[in-house]
Design a protein around this ligand. Structure first.
Ligand SMILES: Cc1cc2nc3c(=O)[nH]c(=O)nc-3n(C[C@H](O)[C@H](O)[C@H](O)COP(=O)(O)OP(=O)(O)OC[C@H]3O[C@@H](n4cnc5c(N)ncnc54)[C@H](O)[C@@H]3O)c2cc1C
Length: 573
């Protein structure tokens, strides 16, 4: 709990104008893009106590030093557009909103890099570069509202990733403020991507724009790679240097197919011909929902693929012709240019289907392209009867970032609570098919080790321990830690345990009084004082159980709870 003296000191550090502990601000910063069921809100208690909007790296450093010294929880935040719980408070504390650190510092056309403040919105950066005839190589479909630092910290793929890779492949260097307040510049030792191990079938782009891979740093703690995907657990990113590319022509093609087998087959065929800038599909059920919203184009088949080619006009036309020929055997229809452009323009609105909800339970997981048919079949069977829209975009490694939207209604508290597990189940199904979690945040913390790999995870944990042994910076994210139940849930657990003890003693009271008195001589049965004594014992046991529950990591609670939620969904849906 932040005391008045803390609030005053924090306001002094960041400046009165950029600090607030007003309740309405705290409410605003206690959510991310996902709607959470009441029970989960109770479990993690995502309530911000104050918000700071620093404007310089030095201020971030001073904030972190003070918070570490005073054991105040700190939660870094971009624009809160992620849904993995990474930007949510878990034990109150200070939310550090980075959106005021949004400068464009330097553009270097020699090395084709740009240095920006971590809080800049992608959309603004893209517009700025466009005026220079340049572009970023990939951007998320939330680009109109999310920050560069947020995408670096959450990780992932987006538009452009089929050809150029995700955010990991674009970041060259960063300035990061470590949890102990030290400001460091990260280093990215580079080599040509996939030069030795996988020269084919990966597209290498222009010579200048090879994907880059790390070849190891002498000082691992300053490796750029370590901080990407780390969800703000290892430090607050304040500046980012990104690779940039010249703008080229985009030729969007919309191709419709009759079924999933043809769709997935054709997507693989396209990748054998070229690496489009963006290769994306929607399922027939997604298409059906767009139809309901009057947003579906008039097309031949109900499985749609958007294939956006990037290059000179001649190159694009040449590949478009080859693709048109190749997809004929998959019964694909290349739709009109107008439809192609319509679908390309729609790329920023993946959440349109939410209007049918009125809520959605989203889930995202990587699945190898060649396992997609199997994955979709499995999901259809597992979630039979549910309204599920699915879309996916292929990345540079031929993994599909599959986004699943379940229509729901958060106003129906009980069914919504029981339906929440579906987001976790989709991820488990994806992993079974050879995939991996998309981003860790808080909800995927059970997959941390597999996601980062044992070696990287160990390095990250070592840095965390050295700079933040009490885990005051973004606790419960990436590294599973004790849960610390909210007071409400703690009291409920205590009450439940006390009642259980009382029921047990009542059974003993009526059924086995003689046994009890024989073996526990100080128990006097059939006496109100004894009942009172056992009630006190019950509360004591309840307290111990509650304290024990506090030590259980959220990942364990989530995996233990999933079968119950699944059963509940069957009953209440
Ligand atoms: C409509 C829509 C489309 C989307 N499309 C994509 C997509 O194409 N690809 C994709 O990968 N994701 C996508 N997302 C998810 C989300 O937008 C991205 O993860 C996004 O980049 C998060 O940025 P943000 O600024 O909102 O960060 P937040 O959501 O505020 O934070 C994300 C995580 O990063 C941490 N963080 C934020 N800023 C910093 C910082 N400066 N230093 C350290 N840690 C920090 C937070 O603590 C949190 O753990 C989409 C979301 C929506 C709603």
């Amino acid at each position: 709990m932040l005391r008045n003296e803390h609030l005053q000191k924090l306001a002094d550090i960041v400046g009165e104008d950029f600090f607030s502990s007003a309740e309405y601000m705290n409410q605003l910063y206690s959510h991310d893009i996902s709607a959470l069921p009441g029970i989960v809100n109770d479990l993690i208690n995502p309530h911000a106590e104050a918000v700071a909007q620093p404007t310089t790296s030095e201020i971030v450093s001073n904030l972190l030093k003070y918070c570490k010294e005073n054991n105040i929880q700190v939660i870094p935040r971009g624009h809160g557009t992620s849904g993995y719980g990474g930007a949510l408070p878990t034990k109150g504390g200070l939310v550090v909103d980075m959106t005021r650190m949004n400068e464009i510092y330097d553009i270097d056309k020699g090395s084709m890099t740009i240095q920006v403040g971590a809080g800049i919105i992608w959309g603004r950066l893209i517009e700025f570069l466009e005026d220079e005839g340049l572009s970023v190589a990939a951007y998320p479909s939330s680009a109109p509202s999310c920050t560069v630092g947020g995408w670096v910290a959450a990780g992932g793929c987006g538009i452009g990733s089929t050809k150029y890779g995700g955010i990991r492949e674009q970041v060259v260097e960063m300035e990061v403020v470590l949890p102990d307040g030290e400001i460091i510049s990260t280093i990215k030792p580079i080599d040509e991507v996939f030069k030795d191990d996988k020269p084919e079938p990966f597209f290498k782009g222009d010579k200048k724009f090879y994907w880059e891979s790390e070849v190891g740093s002498e000082n691992n703690e300053e490796s750029t790679s370590m901080f990407i995907d780390s969800n703000g657990t290892l430090g607050i990113i304040t500046k980012v240097v990104l690779s940039i590319i010249p703008i080229r022509k985009i030729k969007p093609m919309t191709i419709s197919f009759p079924n999933k087998e043809q769709t997935m087959g054709a997507m693989q065929a396209i990748l054998r011909i070229t690496r489009p800038f963006y290769l994306h599909f929607i399922t027939d059920e997604f298409f059906g929902m767009l139809k309901e919203l009057d947003k579906a184009p008039d097309v031949a088949g109900e499985w749609l693929v958007l294939c956006a080619l990037e290059g000179t006009e001649e190159e694009n036309n040449e590949f478009a012709e080859k693709i048109t020929k190749a997809i004929a055997m998959y019964h694909g229809t290349v739709e009109s240019e107008e439809i192609g452009h319509h679908e390309w323009d729609e790329r920023f609105y993946p959440m349109r289907v939410k209007r049918l909800g009125p809520s959605v339970a989203p889930s995202e997981v990587y699945v190898p392209l060649e396992r997609m048919v199997d994955f979709i079949d499995h999901c259809n069977k597992h979630f039979k009867g549910e309204r599920m829209a699915m879309e996916g975009a292929v990345n540079h490694r031929n993994e599909v970032a599959v986004l699943t939207w379940f229509l729901d209604d958060e106003r129906r508290r009980i069914p919504f609570m029981f339906g929440w597990y579906r987001s976790l189940d989709v991820i488990n199904i994806g992993i079974k098919k050879g995939g991996r979690a998309y981003s860790i945040g808080m909800w995927n913390v059970a997959h941390s080790r597999q996601f980062y790999g044992k070696e990287d995870y160990t390095k990250m944990a070592k840095l965390k321990k050295r700079t933040d042994s009490k885990s005051y910076l973004n606790s419960h994210k990436v590294f599973p830690g004790p849960l610390y139940l909210s007071t409400r849930i703690g009291l409920l657990i205590m009450l439940a345990a006390a009642i259980a003890v009382l029921i047990a003693i009542m059974v003993a009271w009526w059924i086995v009084p003689s046994i009890l008195t024989a073996y526990v001589p100080w128990v006097v049965v059939n006496d109100p004082a004894t009942f009172l004594l056992w009630a006190i014992v019950g509360v004591g046991v309840g307290f111990a159980v509650q304290e024990f529950a506090n030590l259980i990591p959220i990942s364990v609670v989530l995996s233990m709870g999933t079968p119950f939620l699944r059963l509940g969904r069957k009953i209440f849906h």
